[in-house]
Design a binder for this molecule. Structure first.
Ligand code: ZN
Length: 103
């Protein structure tokens, strides 16, 4: 999966000519208003969590990944709050790891 996503990488900061889609663009309704969007990749833990990642190239040629996360919280107010605190801690650490390039 990762190798496929990286294979069609476009040079950063190099906007495409108008009307030209990068190889990874899903085309159709997925791109518009100057943006190009890949087909989303979904990771699922059935009944508990979903993460949807979408590669995006803005009109200025810069790329980013849009990540939407949905995690079911523990039952009960106190447990839900503790679960949220745990998620925030883990996401903060994970975010710091994600911004570095792979070795
Ligand atoms: Zn496109």
């Amino acid at each position: 999966m990762s190798a496929h996503l990286l294979h069609h990488q476009t040079a950063p900061g190099s906007p495409l000519r108008p009307g030209v889609h990068p190889a990874w663009c899903a085309r159709g309704h997925a791109c518009g208003l100057g943006e190009h969007r890949a087909a989303p990749v979904t990771l699922t833990v059935p009944g508990q969590a979903v993460i949807v990642l979408t590669r995006v190239m803005g009109a200025d040629g810069r790329q980013h990944v849009e990540i939407r996360t949905d995690v079911a919280l523990a039952e009960g107010e106190a447990q839900a709050r503790a679960h949220l605190a745990h998620i925030l801690t883990e996401l903060d650490a994970h975010l710091r790891r994600l911004i570095s390039l792979p070795c």
